[in-house]
Design a protein around this ligand. Structure first.
Ligand code: B12
Ligand code: SF4
Length: 483
C-alpha cells in the first residue's frame, strides 16, 4: 500500500503543516509507504498570484528582509508534475490537506491523474471540516475528513490494506454508488496518543526560515490543541458547532503532558538540530499555570531554544506569571490578536469582547518580561468606518508592537461572519468557486458600501501605510494620506 500526500501551498514561503507531519507519522508507524507532493517551492505557470505572503510583507515593511533567504519559486506546470509523480509512484491513495483558499486549485491539478489512474482521493483540513458539502461534492473528491484526522486515517489505511469495507469510519464522508455516506464525528484524541510527527517527508527548506532578521533552523511543534473561544471570523466558531452536533465538547483545551512533549522535542532536536521553535498552538497560554510550570522547568533543562507562540491577551493579564515562565523558557515572541482597536466592533461583529486596556496590559507584561510582541490586525470589517480603523492604528501606536501584521478580512466558509456578510450581500455564498481568490494581504474581497465603509482603494492605502501610521506623529497623518 502506498500513500501520496499532497500539500498545496501557494502563499507561504514554507512551513511544514502539522497535519501532514502527524498523518505521515501514521503511515510510518503502520509501515505504509508514503511520499509527499509539495508545491511550496514552485509557482504554477498559470498562477495569478503576483507575490507570496512574505514578498508582500517585506514590501510593506511588516517583516525584515533576510540575506540568503530566496523567495523566488521555480515556475513549473504543477498539473503536469503531479501527473508524472502519480505515473511513476503508483499510489493506492492520494491524501491531501486543504484550507478553503487553495481547495479548488488543489483538486484541479490532482483530477486528471487521479481519474486516469483511478486512485481514490481523500481531503482533510479546514475546508472539508467547515464546508463539507462543498468539499465532497467537488468532482474527483472521493472522501473527506471532518475534524481531527489521526484516528480516522489510521483506521482507513488499516482497512484498505486488508481490503475491508471502510464506509462507517467516524469523521469521514465517503461517496458510494452515487450517494454520500456521512459518518458522525468521533471523540477527540488525547494529545499524548498522537503519532510522533514525520518530518522526513518534507524538503529541508521548510526548516530554514527567517525569524526577526536571522535565518533559523526551525522546529515545528504543537503542545496543545483547541481554543475555547468562538471569534466570529475564526473556524473555531464553526468547529465548536460541528462537534456539538456529535455531543463532543471541542471547546475543551487539550495539551501534551509536559514529559511527553519534551521527550518528543528532545529526540527531534538531536536529529534535526533546530535552533528555533514555531509552535502552531492557537492559544498556548490557556494551559493551566501548574502545567505550564512543569513544562517550563523541563523545557529549560532539556530544550532551551527560543520560540514563537500565540495566545489570548486575557490569559496573560489574568496570570502574569505565565509571561514570566514563557520568558524563562526563552519565548522570543508572543503574538496577540488585536484584530480591531474598536471595542464596539470587537464586541458586536467579532464576538471578541475585550477591553483595549486588556490588550495593552498583556503587551506591557510581555515586554516587561523581555518577550517581543507581535500584534495581529484585520481591517475591512462590515460596519467598520475609517475612524474605527484609526482606533486600531491608535491601539497599535500605544502598544508599539515589535512586529505587526495587518490583513483584509476574509470571511471563511462556515464562520459566523461569513453568514453575516452573505446575508448583507457583501460576498457571494460561493465566492471560493469563482476563481478570483486573492490573499488577504493583497486586496479586500468584500463589496462593502462606501460610505459608511472606506472604499477598497482606501483600505489598500491604509494597509500599505500601516507601519507609517504606527510610527509617525499624528500631525504627519495628512502627509501619509496623500500617498
Ligand atoms: C498554524 C497555522 C498556519 C501556519 C501554518 C500552516 C500550515 N500549512 O501548517 C501559517 C501561518 C503558515 C498559516 C498559513 C495559512 N493559513 Co493558517 N492556520 C494555522 C492554525 C492556527 C493551526 C493549524 C494547525 O497546524 N493545526 C494543527 C493541525 C494538526 O490541525 P489541522 O491542520 O486542522 O489538521 C488536522 C485535521 O484538519 C485533519 N486533516 C488535515 N489535513 C488532512 C488530510 C487528510 C488526508 C486527513 C485524513 C485529515 C486531515 O487531521 C489533522 C490532524 O488531526 C489554523 C487554525 C486552526 N484551527 O486550524 C489556521 C488556519 C488553518 N489558517 C487559515 C488560513 C486561511 C491560512 C492561509 C490561507 C492564510 C493566508 N496566507 O491567506 C494560509 C494557508 C497556507 C497553507 N497553504 O496552508 C484558516 C483556514 C480557514 C479556512 N476555512 O480555510 C485557519 C483555520 C485559521 C482561521 N482563520 O480560522 N496558517
Ligand atoms: S481566540 Fe483565536 S483561536 Fe480562539 S476562537 Fe478566537 S481567533 Fe480563534
Amino acid at each position: 500500500m502506498k500513500v501520496l500526500f499532497v500539500y498545496h501551498n501557494e502563499l507561504e514561503e514554507g512551513f511544514m503543516p502539522a497535519s501532514i507531519s502527524s498523518l505521515g507519522g501514521i503511515t510510518r508507524d503502520l509501515n505504509v509507504e508514503s511520499k509527499l507532493f509539495d508545491t511550496s517551492f514552485w509557482k504554477d505557470k498559470d498562477s495569478n498570484i503576483p507575490e507570496n505572503d512574505r514578498q508582500v510583507r517585506e514590501r510593506t515593511g511588516e517583516v525584515k528582509r533576510v540575506e540568503g533567504f530566496d523567495l523566488e519559486r521555480e515556475t513549473i506546470d504543477i498539473k503536469e508534475r503531479f501527473y508524472k509523480t502519480v505515473e511513476e509512484y503508483h499510489p493506492d491513495l492520494i491524501a491531501a490537506t486543504s484550507t478553503s483558499y487553495e481547495f479548488d486549485s488543489l483538486v484541479d491539478f490532482i483530477l486528471p491523474a487521479k481519474t486516469i489512474f483511478n486512485i481514490p482521493l481523500i481531503i482533510g483540513g479546514a475546508h472539508p471540516t467547515v464546508a463539507p458539502e462543498r468539499a465532497i461534492n467537488k468532482e474527483g473528491v472521493d472522501m473527506i475528513c471532518r475534524g481531527e484526522g489521526e484516528i480516522a486515517f489510521s483506521e482507513l489505511l488499516k482497512r484498505m490494506e486488508k481490503g475491508e469495507d471502510f464506509y462507517d469510519i467516524q469523521n469521514l464522508w465517503i461517496k458510494k454508488d452515487g450517494r454520500i455516506i456521512k459518518n458522525k464525528i468521533g471523540n477527540l484524541i488525547e494529545m499524548d496518543n498522537l503519532p510522533i510527527p514525520n518530518w522526513d517527508l518534507f524538503d529541508e527548506r521548510h526548516r530554514m526560515r527567517p525569524f526577526e532578521g536571522e535565518l533559523k533552523n526551525y522546529g515545528f511543534f504543537e503542545i496543545s490543541r483547541g481554543c475555547p473561544y468562538s471569534c466570529s471570523y475564526c473556524v473555531n466558531s464553526k468547529i465548536h458547532k460541528i462537534y456539538k452536533e456529535s455531543e463532543i465538547n471541542s471547546g475543551v483545551y487539550r495539551f501534551h503532558s509536559p514529559s511527553e512533549v519534551i521527550q518528543r522535542m528532545k529526540k527531534f532536536k538531536e536529529k534535526y538540530g533546530f535552533n528555533h521553535i514555531q509552535l502552531v498552538d492557537e492559544n498556548l497560554t490557556v494551559m493551566p499555570l501548574s502545567n505550564l510550570e512543569s513544562l517550563a522547568e523541563m523545557y529549560i533543562q532539556e530544550i532551551g531554544v527560543g520560540f514563537f507562540t500565540m495566545g489570548r491577551p486575557e490569559t496573560i493579564v489574568n496570570h502574569p506569571k505565565k509571561a514570566e515562565l514563557l520568558a524563562k523558557m526563552g519565548c522570543r515572541m508572543f503574538a496577540l490578536g488585536a484584530e480591531s482597536g474598536s471595542e464596539t466592533l470587537r464586541k458586536e461583529i467579532l464576538n471578541r469582547p475585550m477591553k483595549n486596556e486588556t490588550l495593552e496590559e498583556a503587551a506591557k507584561i510581555l515586554k516587561e518580561n523581555g518577550i517581543l510582541v507581535s500584534l495581529y490586525n484585520i481591517i475591512g470589517f462590515p460596519t467598520e468606518t475609517k475612524s474605527m480603523i484609526f482606533d486600531t492604528i491608535r491601539l497599535n501606536r500605544r502598544i508599539q508592537p515589535d512586529r505587526y501584521s495587518v490583513r483584509f478580512l476574509v470571511p471563511y466558509p462556515g464562520t459566523d461572519i461569513r453568514s453575516y456578510c452573505v446575508d448583507k450581500g457583501y460576498l457571494e455564498e460561493n465566492y471560493e468557486n469563482q476563481r478570483k481568490m486573492v490573499s488577504f494581504l493583497i486586496e479586500p474581497i468584500l463589496d462593502l458600501p462606501s460610505p459608511p465603509h472606506p472604499t477598497k482603494q482606501e483600505l489598500i492605502e491604509i494597509k500599505n501605510n500601516f507601519g507609517n501610521y504606527i510610527h509617525m506623529s499624528e500631525e504627519e497623518f495628512e502627509k501619509i494620506r496623500k500617498y
